[in-house]
Design a protein around this ligand. Structure first.
Ligand SMILES: [Fe+2]
Length: 297
């Protein structure tokens, strides 16, 4: 039963192909409209060797190869949020295959926050104009003949959205697999109580809705997994399932987050992802640099 007010259509069953990036434990997806050759790419990755300052495109090239081999047409490059643990490959893929890059409209809040952290000049626009589309809660868009929609799900970050395409939902970092629980809520603009409310919106989707994670870390030594259902999360999620209350969640999440280190790639990730995955502009010598704010995070 769909207890949400969103335009859910479980009869539409897209083909979902997952790509796991072991360097960042990120899962990217190609989602194909069952009625045409149109597809969307969700949360793609650009590779970085941060110690060497070297950027490469093996992960994105793998997705590009798959799209070409299957004769697909890319209509959307969806970012569920501004990731702090990997760099987006969306502009690189867009350059090769086309498609529009979309993210939640609250990206402007993230840009405001981190524009200050990285002391960006006025050339860094804080209006989301680096993206082709800014989604608000309930916005729909077409992937071929399939109608997808975005659900506003803040808490992990202020710009997080879950994207629902037929019977498949891409949850970003609102939820992990049932035995992984949930993502941290202590980044600037994050909030554990807000995350709990957002997770309730996801859990109000139909029980057999397929949920696809953005990350998995194989807790307790199990193999990496990325797909579950609303029903399984409701019954078994170790942080929010089986009737856990908001108070229990907020207490647990807050205590846990206080012990977590910063993600290894947060500094390059934010600088690139707040620009829709583009590198900062080159300096007058034509070289490109990323900054490290000292005691700034
Ligand atoms: Fe994230």
């Amino acid at each position: 039963m769909n207890t949400s007010n969103y335009p859910v259509d479980m009869a539409v069953e897209p083909e979902v192909k997952a790509f796991f990036d072991p360097a960042t434990n990120t899962i990217s997806y190609v989602v194909k409209d069952p009625a045409s050759d149109a597809c969307a790419i969700v949360d793609s990755v650009m590779d970085i060797d941060y110690a060497a300052g070297r950027i490469t495109y093996d992960s994105a090239d793998e997705i590009i190869g798959y799209v070409i081999a299957n004769g697909l047409r890319v209509e959307w490059l969806i970012e569920t949020h501004v990731h702090a643990d990997h760099l987006s490959g969306a502009p690189y893929i867009q350059q090769k295959l086309g498609g529009k890059i979309g993210i939640g409209e609250k990206i402007t809040v993230v840009q405001e926050t981190f524009g200050k952290v990285f002391n960006e000049g006025t050339e860094f626009q804080r209006d989301g104009s680096q993206f082709d589309r800014l989604f608000v809660d309930g916005d729909t868009y077409q992937i071929g003949e399939m109608t997808a929609f975005a659900m506003y799900t803040p808490g992990h970050t202020p710009a997080c959205m879950v994207h629902v395409m037929g019977n498949a939902s891409f949850v970003g970092d609102t939820l992990f697999m049932p035995d992984g629980g949930s993502a941290r809520a202590d980044f600037p603009g994050g909030d554990a109580a807000t995350l709990y409310e957002s997770i309730q919106k996801v859990l109000a989707l139909p029980s057999d809705m397929r949920l696809f994670m953005c990350h998995d870390y194989g807790p307790n030594g199990r193999d990496i997994q990325w797909e579950t259902t609303v029903g399984a999360e409701k019954d078994h999620n170790i942080h929010v399932g089986a009737g856990k209350t908001k108070e229990e969640f907020v207490k647990f999440r807050t205590e846990r987050d206080a012990q977590l280190d910063m993600p290894k790639l947060i500094i390059p990730s934010l600088q690139v992802n707040m620009r829709a995955g583009k590198l900062p502009p080159a300096d007058e010598t034509g070289k490109t640099f990323l900054k490290v704010p000292v005691n700034g995070l």
